[in-house]
Design a protein around this ligand. Structure first.
Ligand SMILES: Cc1cc2nc3c(=O)[nH]c(=O)nc-3n(C[C@H](O)[C@H](O)[C@H](O)COP(=O)(O)OP(=O)(O)OC[C@H]3O[C@@H](n4cnc5c(N)ncnc54)[C@H](O)[C@@H]3O)c2cc1C
Length: 387
């Protein structure tokens, strides 16, 4: 296996690699064919305590810094597994950690840390607003000690395999807010209480096995005590959790890149044509070497973003750039790996085509490449806002 650039959390990295050995390609192929959620894998990660790694010890977690979550997800991907079934929990919970009340933390975090309570669903994207989050139309209207939620979400991944959902909804009409970022609020929805009673979940078949869904709210009741922080300030809270999200997705892409480079390198040494390994041809070597170089560079940016984040410093620039660089580098590595395998890359049994499909997602979700370039242009380089 190509080693990580990072020297941190080497014990965690080793034990994640070991855990992943119990979930070989055949396991993932089977899940992919049947479009099934990898319950056993998520359970194993939970039992090992990885999904509660960043929850403080006082709430039952391991109290580790974000770098530990990054190490876990990178190694999961580098081992050929797929962390997308459970990665959201590691960054969604940041909103509760940073903005939840003490009572809310005590209510939810210990269960999440022990694995008894799953917080895997994140309801932000809507069919009509897409990337333009401030135009979302789902409303939450206060009625006594409840909010009544109406509207629709799309691409709410893992909703069928989660107990809780972090939901962003409009509590003040757009035309009535002074600041355009005000008027949205964040709620923790206990989906077990409202499924079939105002909440409908419909799976969306996609090119990858991602358990994603569309969700419909029809007068769904959410207790007012499930509002996180202040009403109307939800967009800010969600933005706060975006840097860790970018960093963790970038870490997964680095893991994917290591997987593809490893596979391509090994195959190029074994496959003999014209009386020599194909890897002896520079036309085969150079794209692999280039992909490796790009992954190494992106990995350094992930480390830099983590360093700033963990020191409590501003890291928006580095978090965004690490996600951009890593998602492009993992895609280049995927393409190179497929090319190295030739026709065999298309055969399911080598897992390349599956990982190829899976890693493509990260140039679109959770934030598309253009939006990152837009952030860098406007917020880092000071160019005029374009939208
Ligand atoms: C498998 C999968 C899982 C997902 N999981 C979740 C989830 O769990 N929770 C959730 O809330 N969302 C989820 N998403 C949604 C994801 O975050 C969005 O797909 C993504 O943010 C892009 O939004 P969109 O698809 O509506 O594209 P659109 O917003 O319609 O954009 C389409 C294209 O236009 C480009 N574009 C738009 N505006 C501009 C502009 N001003 N300048 C330049 N380019 C622009 C975009 O970059 C993009 O390439 C998931 C998506 C997928 C595919």
């Amino acid at each position: 296996m190509i080693p990580s650039t990072s020297k941190r959390f080497s014990e965690i990295r080793e034990s994640v690699q070991k855990l992943c050995q119990d979930f070989p390609g055949e396991y993932w192929r089977e899940k992919d064919r049947a479009r099934q959620y990898p319950t056993e894998f998520v359970q194993a990660l939970n039992e090992a305590g990885y999904l509660g790694a960043v929850i403080p010890e006082e709430y039952g977690g391991s109290g580790l810094p974000l770098g530990a979550a990054s190490a876990v997800l990178e190694e999961v991907q580098a081992s050929g597994c797929n962390g997308s079934a459970s990665h959201a929990q590691m960054y969604i919970m940041g909103t509760i950690l940073r903005h939840g009340s003490e009572e809310q933390k005590r209510k939810w975090l210990p269960g999440i840390a022990s694995g008894d309570l799953r917080l895997q669903a994140f309801g932000v994207t809507e069919p009509t607003s897409g990337t333009d989050t401030l135009s979302l139309r789902t409303t939450a209207v206060r009625q006594g000690d409840h909010y009544i939620v109406n509207g629709q979400k799309v691409w709410t991944s893992r909703a069928e395999h989660s107990d809780l959902m972090l939901l962003l909804a409009r509590t003040t009409p757009k035309e009535d807010v002074k600041k355009r970022t005000d008027g949205l609020s964040v709620f923790v929805v206990d989906m077990r209480e409202v499924l079939g009673q105002g909440l409908t979940i419909k799976p969306i078949p996609t090119m990858i096995n991602h358990s994603t869904t569309e969700i419909f709210f029809d007068n769904m009741k959410v207790p007012a005590e499930n509002l996180i922080g202040l009403e109307g300030k939800g967009f800010k809270y969600i933005l706060d959790s975006m840097n860790p999200e970018r960093i963790l997705i970038a870490s997964e892409c680095i893991g994917d890149g290591r997987y593809f480079i490893d596979k391509a390198t090994e195959y190029s040494k074994e496959r003999v044509l014209f009386n020599r390994p194909i890897g002896q041809n520079q036309g085969v070597q150079f794209p692999i070497a280039r992909a490796y170089t790009a992954i190494q560079a992106a990995s350094l940016m992930v480390e830099r973003a983590l360093e700033l984040y963990e020191a409590g410093e501003e890291c928006g620039e580095q978090a965004n750039m690490s996600k951009l660089l890593a998602s492009e580098a993992s895609w280049a590595a995927a393409d190179t790996c497929l090319q190295t395998y030739g026709g065999f890359g298309f055969a399911e049994e080598y897992d390349i085509e599956r990982k190829f499909r899976e890693t493509r997602l990260y140039q679109i979700a959770p934030i598309s490449t253009n939006m990152i370039l837009s952030y860098v242009s406007e917020h880092v380089l000071g160019m005029p806002r374009s939208y």
